[in-house]
Design a protein around this ligand. Sequence first.
Ligand SMILES: NC(=O)c1ccc[n+]([C@@H]2O[C@H](COP(=O)([O-])OP(=O)(O)OC[C@H]3O[C@@H](n4cnc5c(N)ncnc54)[C@H](O)[C@@H]3O)[C@@H](O)[C@H]2O)c1
Length: 389
Amino acid sequence: MKKARLAVIGTGGLAQSQHLPNIQRSGLAELAALCDLNPELLQSLGRKYQVAKTKTDYREVLADPDIDGVVIATREDTHVPLTIEALQAGKHVYVEKPLAETPEECSKVVEARQASGKCVIVGMNRRCAPAYVMARQLLLDNGGARNLFYRIADTYSFTWGHRFGKGNRMLHELCHIFDILRFFADSEVAEVYCRSQRDDDESILLTFHSGCTACILSSGYASYTIPKEHFEAVAEAGMLIVEEFVELRTFGLPHVPDLVKFFPGHSHPDHDRQHVQRFAEKGYPALLEFRSQLAAKKANTALPDAERNKLPLLNYAVDKGWQAAIDHFADIILNGAKQHAASEIDGLRASEITAAAIQSRQTRKPVSISSTATANPFPFTSFVRAIPT
Ligand SMILES: NC(=O)c1ccc[n+]([C@@H]2O[C@H](COP(=O)([O-])OP(=O)(O)OC[C@H]3O[C@@H](n4cnc5c(N)ncnc54)[C@H](O)[C@@H]3O)[C@@H](O)[C@H]2O)c1
């Protein structure tokens, strides 16, 4: 079967943990080229994934007529220029989040995509997570979302946040949450109100044009032992809860009997797969067990560093939709499938909400988002578009 020929530009941490193995095991895509500034890394990944085309200059990848699409997984400051050049070279683009640091920068990609007629997916992959696909459909089938709550809490302030600096969790992490809450609410955000006592520890209230509200608890001061994400939604009547992508429960939704569904995890091929079966059989309790075991191992200073470093990356053991997003990208390229993953316009909207939340945090006042009062060219419930093949 014909497969979409993808090149990965930027083969660092995320590409190695997700995009490279996910493309390799996709039934719709193949890894046609690798590009990174680091030649040693390229050499070793080229061997590992048996990819002959390894380039340090992305322009060579963009000029290659055998490449259908590029996955841009470089750091944030290069997303806009690389995406625009790739579109101008006639490539479909999957670009990591955040699309850019400001809405103005994101708008450049919106223009470039329109001119190109190609597809852009922004890596806000939660829209493709199986638990969230089901949750959204349940909300739509039961009168729509009225009141949402999202907790995203981890150890950003003590660990991975050092790379981004204080106060920047909003830009690098919350873009995912602003996007997925728009997806669940099936509406645009009209107003943002953010209050916080210290950096990277915020309460944010979103009000949607539909009247739905969403409350976000975001903290970089939590613990490894608490699962990172928790979502609750009130529909027209009744509720649903999703625990860390692993378990979905409904309570009194009018058009569906109460249900409990477990979602198996998403494992890296280099790591063991024990958790996949445990999540599928036991759901959330298995995840709690797994996290506390792993936290205990990580805290075990008796373990040599080399051993500790071999421990699986827990954050990626739950299915946040990375594989499905790549498969969907390939399906769009190959078959002109209708896009449901986040587009460049969603990247722009997430950036507008981020900018408003940062402004609200500073001024301690609600901030309106005026641009979203204008109609989205891809309105929500029919939020799909056809890309010519
Ligand atoms: N969607 C998600 O769940 C998720 C998770 C983690 C990171 N991310 C995003 O993925 C992106 C990459 O993050 P990371 O942690 O992998 O970063 P990283 O620094 O580990 O990797 C980036 C790689 O890009 C390469 N690079 C930089 N400029 C280049 C260029 N011009 N041409 C070719 N290669 C170039 C670097 O050499 C490096 O290997 C970031 O935007 C981050 O926000 C997304």
